[in-house]
Design a protein around this ligand. Structure first.
Ligand code: AMP
Length: 377
Protein backbone atom coordinates (compact mmCIF):
# COMPACT_ATOMS: atom_id res chain seq x y z
CA UNK A 1 0.00 0.00 0.00
CA UNK A 2 1.39 3.43 -0.90
CA UNK A 3 0.57 6.48 1.21
CA UNK A 4 0.99 10.00 -0.13
CA UNK A 5 2.37 12.59 2.27
CA UNK A 6 2.12 16.34 1.65
CA UNK A 7 5.28 17.92 3.01
CA UNK A 8 8.72 16.36 2.96
CA UNK A 9 10.39 17.56 6.16
CA UNK A 10 11.56 15.65 9.20
CA UNK A 11 8.03 14.76 10.30
CA UNK A 12 7.42 13.00 6.98
CA UNK A 13 10.83 11.38 7.24
CA UNK A 14 10.02 9.90 10.66
CA UNK A 15 6.55 8.82 9.48
CA UNK A 16 8.13 6.81 6.66
CA UNK A 17 10.67 5.25 9.02
CA UNK A 18 7.78 4.10 11.25
CA UNK A 19 5.80 2.81 8.27
CA UNK A 20 8.36 0.57 6.60
CA UNK A 21 8.04 -2.27 9.19
CA UNK A 22 4.28 -2.29 8.45
CA UNK A 23 5.09 -2.76 4.74
CA UNK A 24 3.76 0.70 3.95
CA UNK A 25 5.29 2.60 1.05
CA UNK A 26 5.41 6.37 0.67
CA UNK A 27 5.39 9.09 -1.95
CA UNK A 28 6.00 12.71 -0.91
CA UNK A 29 5.08 16.04 -2.42
CA UNK A 30 7.00 19.15 -1.40
CA UNK A 31 7.78 22.43 -3.17
CA UNK A 32 11.45 22.19 -2.17
CA UNK A 33 13.87 20.01 -4.15
CA UNK A 34 15.94 19.79 -0.95
CA UNK A 35 13.20 18.20 1.19
CA UNK A 36 14.95 15.68 3.51
CA UNK A 37 12.66 12.75 2.60
CA UNK A 38 14.34 12.65 -0.83
CA UNK A 39 16.94 10.24 0.49
CA UNK A 40 14.44 7.60 1.67
CA UNK A 41 11.35 7.80 -0.57
CA UNK A 42 10.17 9.01 -4.01
CA UNK A 43 9.48 12.72 -3.90
CA UNK A 44 7.54 14.93 -6.29
CA UNK A 45 8.71 18.54 -6.37
CA UNK A 46 5.67 20.76 -6.96
CA UNK A 47 3.67 23.59 -5.43
CA UNK A 48 0.63 22.56 -3.37
CA UNK A 49 -1.50 24.69 -5.68
CA UNK A 50 -0.40 22.86 -8.85
CA UNK A 51 -3.51 20.69 -9.29
CA UNK A 52 -2.13 18.86 -12.30
CA UNK A 53 0.89 17.79 -10.25
CA UNK A 54 -1.44 16.87 -7.34
CA UNK A 55 -3.50 14.61 -9.63
CA UNK A 56 -0.39 12.87 -10.92
CA UNK A 57 0.93 12.54 -7.37
CA UNK A 58 -2.35 10.98 -6.14
CA UNK A 59 -2.49 8.37 -8.91
CA UNK A 60 -2.42 4.88 -7.33
CA UNK A 61 -2.23 6.10 -3.72
CA UNK A 62 -4.32 4.35 -1.03
CA UNK A 63 -4.68 7.61 0.90
CA UNK A 64 -3.09 10.99 1.47
CA UNK A 65 -1.98 12.50 4.76
CA UNK A 66 0.18 15.54 5.59
CA UNK A 67 3.04 16.54 7.82
CA UNK A 68 2.73 20.29 7.14
CA UNK A 69 -0.26 22.17 8.49
CA UNK A 70 -0.16 25.03 6.02
CA UNK A 71 -1.07 22.88 3.03
CA UNK A 72 -3.81 24.96 1.32
CA UNK A 73 -7.23 23.62 2.39
CA UNK A 74 -8.36 23.78 -1.26
CA UNK A 75 -5.51 21.44 -2.28
CA UNK A 76 -6.57 18.93 0.41
CA UNK A 77 -10.21 19.22 -0.72
CA UNK A 78 -9.18 18.72 -4.34
CA UNK A 79 -7.29 15.53 -3.46
CA UNK A 80 -10.18 14.30 -1.28
CA UNK A 81 -12.36 14.07 -4.42
CA UNK A 82 -10.09 11.27 -5.69
CA UNK A 83 -8.55 9.62 -2.64
CA UNK A 84 -9.21 9.54 1.14
CA UNK A 85 -7.42 12.41 2.93
CA UNK A 86 -6.69 12.08 6.66
CA UNK A 87 -6.87 14.10 8.86
CA UNK A 88 -9.95 15.53 7.09
CA UNK A 89 -9.51 18.93 5.39
CA UNK A 90 -11.83 20.59 7.96
CA UNK A 91 -9.10 19.94 10.57
CA UNK A 92 -6.63 21.93 8.43
CA UNK A 93 -9.19 24.68 8.10
CA UNK A 94 -9.71 24.87 11.88
CA UNK A 95 -5.99 24.85 12.65
CA UNK A 96 -4.78 27.34 10.03
CA UNK A 97 -6.65 30.31 11.44
CA UNK A 98 -6.17 31.23 15.10
CA UNK A 99 -9.62 32.83 15.24
CA UNK A 100 -11.33 29.64 13.94
CA UNK A 101 -9.26 27.59 16.33
CA UNK A 102 -10.11 29.61 19.43
CA UNK A 103 -13.76 29.85 18.38
CA UNK A 104 -13.83 26.05 18.11
CA UNK A 105 -12.40 25.75 21.65
CA UNK A 106 -15.09 28.11 22.89
CA UNK A 107 -17.91 26.22 21.13
CA UNK A 108 -16.66 22.95 22.63
CA UNK A 109 -16.47 24.43 26.15
CA UNK A 110 -12.65 24.13 26.23
CA UNK A 111 -11.12 26.91 28.33
CA UNK A 112 -8.89 29.29 26.36
CA UNK A 113 -7.64 32.82 26.92
CA UNK A 114 -9.97 35.73 26.03
CA UNK A 115 -9.57 36.89 22.43
CA UNK A 116 -10.87 39.44 19.93
CA UNK A 117 -10.52 39.60 16.13
CA UNK A 118 -8.63 42.70 14.95
CA UNK A 119 -8.65 44.01 11.38
CA UNK A 120 -7.45 47.57 11.77
CA UNK A 121 -5.63 49.99 14.02
CA UNK A 122 -8.97 51.30 15.34
CA UNK A 123 -10.16 47.78 16.16
CA UNK A 124 -6.92 47.16 18.05
CA UNK A 125 -7.65 50.11 20.35
CA UNK A 126 -11.13 48.73 21.07
CA UNK A 127 -9.70 45.24 21.64
CA UNK A 128 -7.00 46.56 24.02
CA UNK A 129 -9.67 48.41 26.00
CA UNK A 130 -11.68 45.18 26.25
CA UNK A 131 -8.86 42.76 27.18
CA UNK A 132 -6.45 45.14 28.91
CA UNK A 133 -2.64 44.83 28.90
CA UNK A 134 -0.51 42.81 28.66
CA UNK A 135 -1.95 41.14 25.58
CA UNK A 136 -0.51 39.32 22.58
CA UNK A 137 -1.30 40.41 19.04
CA UNK A 138 -0.91 37.60 16.50
CA UNK A 139 -1.46 37.16 12.79
CA UNK A 140 -4.43 34.82 12.34
CA UNK A 141 -2.59 32.76 9.73
CA UNK A 142 0.89 31.46 9.00
CA UNK A 143 2.50 32.36 12.33
CA UNK A 144 4.86 29.74 13.71
CA UNK A 145 7.74 29.50 16.18
CA UNK A 146 6.75 32.91 17.63
CA UNK A 147 6.81 34.71 14.24
CA UNK A 148 3.96 37.13 13.51
CA UNK A 149 3.44 37.92 17.22
CA UNK A 150 3.77 41.08 19.27
CA UNK A 151 3.56 41.13 23.07
CA UNK A 152 1.92 44.41 24.05
CA UNK A 153 2.77 45.29 27.63
CA UNK A 154 2.22 49.05 27.61
CA UNK A 155 0.33 51.71 25.64
CA UNK A 156 3.73 52.64 24.16
CA UNK A 157 3.99 49.13 22.66
CA UNK A 158 0.54 49.62 21.13
CA UNK A 159 1.50 53.03 19.77
CA UNK A 160 4.78 51.67 18.37
CA UNK A 161 2.80 49.31 16.16
CA UNK A 162 1.16 52.31 14.51
CA UNK A 163 3.87 52.89 11.90
CA UNK A 164 4.14 49.27 10.80
CA UNK A 165 0.61 48.09 11.47
CA UNK A 166 0.33 44.59 9.95
CA UNK A 167 -2.01 44.58 6.96
CA UNK A 168 -3.34 41.09 7.58
CA UNK A 169 -6.19 39.70 9.73
CA UNK A 170 -5.12 39.59 13.38
CA UNK A 171 -6.25 38.31 16.76
CA UNK A 172 -5.60 39.92 20.12
CA UNK A 173 -5.28 37.48 23.01
CA UNK A 174 -5.12 38.24 26.69
CA UNK A 175 -1.62 37.43 27.96
CA UNK A 176 -1.59 34.27 30.07
CA UNK A 177 0.77 34.19 33.06
CA UNK A 178 1.19 30.47 32.76
CA UNK A 179 3.11 28.23 35.16
CA UNK A 180 4.31 26.07 32.28
CA UNK A 181 3.59 25.01 28.71
CA UNK A 182 2.26 21.52 28.12
CA UNK A 183 1.06 19.54 25.13
CA UNK A 184 -0.89 16.37 24.57
CA UNK A 185 -0.72 14.07 21.57
CA UNK A 186 -4.08 12.47 20.87
CA UNK A 187 -4.94 9.96 18.18
CA UNK A 188 -8.22 8.79 16.64
CA UNK A 189 -8.57 5.84 14.28
CA UNK A 190 -10.93 5.40 11.34
CA UNK A 191 -13.26 3.35 13.56
CA UNK A 192 -13.47 6.17 16.13
CA UNK A 193 -11.10 4.49 18.61
CA UNK A 194 -9.05 7.06 20.57
CA UNK A 195 -5.78 7.00 22.52
CA UNK A 196 -3.79 9.66 24.37
CA UNK A 197 -0.15 10.06 25.31
CA UNK A 198 0.67 11.59 28.70
CA UNK A 199 0.98 15.37 28.91
CA UNK A 200 4.45 16.62 28.03
CA UNK A 201 6.18 19.73 29.47
CA UNK A 202 7.73 21.98 26.83
CA UNK A 203 10.44 24.66 27.05
CA UNK A 204 11.06 27.17 24.24
CA UNK A 205 13.93 29.53 23.42
CA UNK A 206 13.41 32.37 20.94
CA UNK A 207 10.03 30.86 20.09
CA UNK A 208 11.47 27.44 19.16
CA UNK A 209 10.90 24.24 21.15
CA UNK A 210 14.17 23.19 22.81
CA UNK A 211 13.24 20.62 25.45
CA UNK A 212 10.29 18.31 26.11
CA UNK A 213 9.90 16.19 29.25
CA UNK A 214 7.63 13.16 29.04
CA UNK A 215 5.64 12.59 31.09
CA UNK A 216 5.43 16.19 32.37
CA UNK A 217 6.96 16.42 35.87
CA UNK A 218 4.39 16.39 38.70
CA UNK A 219 1.69 15.25 36.30
CA UNK A 220 -1.55 14.56 38.16
CA UNK A 221 -4.36 12.30 37.00
CA UNK A 222 -6.74 15.25 37.17
CA UNK A 223 -4.64 17.34 34.77
CA UNK A 224 -4.25 14.40 32.38
CA UNK A 225 -8.03 13.83 32.44
CA UNK A 226 -8.65 17.52 31.70
CA UNK A 227 -6.30 17.37 28.67
CA UNK A 228 -7.83 14.13 27.40
CA UNK A 229 -11.35 15.46 27.74
CA UNK A 230 -10.48 18.62 25.77
CA UNK A 231 -8.66 16.75 23.02
CA UNK A 232 -11.38 14.09 22.73
CA UNK A 233 -13.95 16.83 22.09
CA UNK A 234 -11.77 18.30 19.33
CA UNK A 235 -11.15 14.88 17.73
CA UNK A 236 -14.86 14.16 17.66
CA UNK A 237 -16.01 17.58 16.51
CA UNK A 238 -13.64 17.41 13.53
CA UNK A 239 -14.34 13.69 12.75
CA UNK A 240 -10.58 13.51 13.06
CA UNK A 241 -8.40 10.61 11.90
CA UNK A 242 -4.69 10.58 12.80
CA UNK A 243 -2.52 12.23 15.44
CA UNK A 244 -3.52 15.66 16.76
CA UNK A 245 -1.31 17.83 18.98
CA UNK A 246 -2.97 20.20 21.45
CA UNK A 247 -0.75 22.89 22.98
CA UNK A 248 -1.83 24.07 26.41
CA UNK A 249 -0.91 26.50 29.18
CA UNK A 250 -1.10 25.36 32.81
CA UNK A 251 -2.47 28.17 34.87
CA UNK A 252 -3.93 28.05 38.41
CA UNK A 253 -3.91 24.22 38.38
CA UNK A 254 -5.99 24.09 35.17
CA UNK A 255 -5.40 24.06 31.45
CA UNK A 256 -6.04 26.68 28.79
CA UNK A 257 -5.88 25.51 25.17
CA UNK A 258 -3.56 27.62 23.01
CA UNK A 259 -3.48 25.90 19.66
CA UNK A 260 -3.78 22.64 17.77
CA UNK A 261 -1.58 21.06 15.11
CA UNK A 262 -3.36 18.54 12.87
CA UNK A 263 -0.30 16.33 12.48
CA UNK A 264 2.48 14.57 14.32
CA UNK A 265 4.33 17.08 16.46
CA UNK A 266 7.80 17.95 17.68
CA UNK A 267 6.69 17.53 21.31
CA UNK A 268 5.91 13.86 20.52
CA UNK A 269 9.35 12.85 19.18
CA UNK A 270 10.27 11.28 22.55
CA UNK A 271 7.63 8.60 21.86
CA UNK A 272 9.94 6.84 19.34
CA UNK A 273 11.95 5.40 22.23
CA UNK A 274 9.79 6.48 25.18
CA UNK A 275 6.40 4.89 24.41
CA UNK A 276 5.20 1.43 23.40
CA UNK A 277 4.00 2.77 20.02
CA UNK A 278 5.38 6.08 18.74
CA UNK A 279 3.23 9.00 17.54
CA UNK A 280 4.46 8.21 13.99
CA UNK A 281 3.39 4.56 14.13
CA UNK A 282 0.06 5.54 15.66
CA UNK A 283 -0.62 8.19 13.03
CA UNK A 284 -0.10 5.55 10.34
CA UNK A 285 -2.16 2.92 12.16
CA UNK A 286 -4.97 5.49 12.46
CA UNK A 287 -5.04 6.62 8.82
CA UNK A 288 -4.67 3.09 7.43
CA UNK A 289 -7.48 1.76 9.65
CA UNK A 290 -5.41 -0.54 11.88
CA UNK A 291 -5.96 -0.89 15.65
CA UNK A 292 -4.11 1.84 17.56
CA UNK A 293 -0.89 0.98 19.40
CA UNK A 294 -0.33 1.45 23.12
CA UNK A 295 0.53 4.98 24.19
CA UNK A 296 1.96 3.84 27.56
CA UNK A 297 5.35 5.36 28.37
CA UNK A 298 8.52 3.33 28.81
CA UNK A 299 10.03 5.17 31.76
CA UNK A 300 10.91 8.87 31.59
CA UNK A 301 12.15 10.74 28.52
CA UNK A 302 13.70 14.08 27.67
CA UNK A 303 13.78 15.26 24.05
CA UNK A 304 16.29 17.96 23.10
CA UNK A 305 16.02 19.67 19.73
CA UNK A 306 19.17 20.28 17.72
CA UNK A 307 18.88 23.75 16.21
CA UNK A 308 21.35 24.63 13.46
CA UNK A 309 24.16 22.48 14.89
CA UNK A 310 24.82 18.88 15.82
CA UNK A 311 26.87 17.35 18.65
CA UNK A 312 29.81 14.98 18.38
CA UNK A 313 28.00 11.58 18.22
CA UNK A 314 30.73 9.54 19.98
CA UNK A 315 30.45 11.52 23.22
CA UNK A 316 26.67 11.72 23.15
CA UNK A 317 26.05 8.06 22.42
CA UNK A 318 28.32 7.03 25.30
CA UNK A 319 25.51 8.21 27.63
CA UNK A 320 23.24 5.23 28.41
CA UNK A 321 19.88 5.29 26.61
CA UNK A 322 20.72 8.41 24.56
CA UNK A 323 19.37 8.31 20.99
CA UNK A 324 20.42 10.58 18.16
CA UNK A 325 18.16 11.46 15.22
CA UNK A 326 19.63 13.51 12.37
CA UNK A 327 17.31 14.65 9.60
CA UNK A 328 19.87 14.98 6.79
CA UNK A 329 19.34 18.76 6.48
CA UNK A 330 22.00 21.37 5.76
CA UNK A 331 23.06 23.12 9.00
CA UNK A 332 21.65 26.65 9.15
CA UNK A 333 21.04 28.87 12.19
CA UNK A 334 17.52 28.51 13.58
CA UNK A 335 16.80 25.31 11.61
CA UNK A 336 15.67 22.08 13.30
CA UNK A 337 18.30 19.61 12.07
CA UNK A 338 17.83 16.74 14.50
CA UNK A 339 16.90 15.75 18.03
CA UNK A 340 18.16 13.66 20.91
CA UNK A 341 16.02 11.54 23.18
CA UNK A 342 17.34 10.54 26.55
CA UNK A 343 15.41 7.83 28.37
CA UNK A 344 15.62 6.44 31.90
CA UNK A 345 13.72 4.16 34.26
CA UNK A 346 13.04 6.87 36.86
CA UNK A 347 12.86 10.66 37.01
CA UNK A 348 15.96 10.70 39.23
CA UNK A 349 17.92 8.62 36.75
CA UNK A 350 16.81 10.90 33.91
CA UNK A 351 18.03 13.89 35.87
CA UNK A 352 21.43 12.20 36.37
CA UNK A 353 21.66 11.37 32.68
CA UNK A 354 20.84 14.94 31.67
CA UNK A 355 23.79 16.02 33.80
CA UNK A 356 26.02 13.43 32.12
CA UNK A 357 25.34 14.87 28.66
CA UNK A 358 28.45 16.35 27.01
CA UNK A 359 29.20 20.10 27.41
CA UNK A 360 27.49 20.80 24.03
CA UNK A 361 24.13 20.23 25.80
CA UNK A 362 25.00 22.06 29.02
CA UNK A 363 24.88 25.48 27.31
CA UNK A 364 22.02 27.75 28.30
CA UNK A 365 20.15 27.39 24.99
CA UNK A 366 19.19 23.82 25.91
CA UNK A 367 17.53 25.06 29.08
CA UNK A 368 18.58 22.06 31.19
CA UNK A 369 19.33 24.47 34.03
CA UNK A 370 15.57 24.77 34.63
CA UNK A 371 16.12 21.61 36.66
CA UNK A 372 19.12 22.35 38.87
CA UNK A 373 17.88 19.89 41.46
CA UNK A 374 16.69 17.24 39.04
CA UNK A 375 13.62 16.71 36.89
CA UNK A 376 10.30 15.22 37.99
CA UNK A 377 9.80 14.32 41.58
P1 AMP B 1 1.91 30.17 19.54
O1 AMP B 1 2.42 30.45 18.16
O2 AMP B 1 0.50 30.54 19.76
O3 AMP B 1 2.22 28.75 19.98
O4 AMP B 1 2.79 31.09 20.53
C1 AMP B 1 4.20 30.95 20.66
C2 AMP B 1 4.60 31.12 22.12
O5 AMP B 1 4.23 32.42 22.59
C3 AMP B 1 3.89 30.14 23.05
O6 AMP B 1 4.60 28.92 23.10
C4 AMP B 1 3.93 30.91 24.36
O7 AMP B 1 5.20 30.78 24.99
C5 AMP B 1 3.75 32.35 23.93
N1 AMP B 1 2.32 32.75 23.94
C6 AMP B 1 1.44 32.57 22.94
N2 AMP B 1 0.22 33.05 23.27
C7 AMP B 1 0.33 33.54 24.52
C8 AMP B 1 -0.57 34.18 25.43
N3 AMP B 1 -1.85 34.42 25.10
N4 AMP B 1 -0.10 34.54 26.64
C9 AMP B 1 1.20 34.32 26.99
N5 AMP B 1 2.10 33.75 26.17
C10 AMP B 1 1.68 33.35 24.95
Amino acid sequence: MTIGILGGGQLGYMLALAGYPLDLHFRFLDPSPQAPVGRIAPRVTAEYTDYEALDKFAHGLALVTYEFENVPVEAARHLARHVPVYPPPQALEAAQDRLNEKTLFQELGIPTTEFVAVNSRAELDVAVRKLGLPSVLKTRRLGYDGKGQWVLRTQEDVAALGKNFPSTPLILEKFVSFVRELSILAVRGRSGETAFYPLVENHHRSGILRLSLAPAPQLTEALQREAESASRRILEALAYVGVLAVELFECGGHLLANEIAPRVHNSGHWSIEGAVASQFENHLRAVVGLPLGETRTLGYSAMLNLIGEVPEPVELLAVPDAHLHLYGKALRPGRKVGHVTLRAESAEELSLRLNQLPPFFQRKEFGLSVYPSGVAK
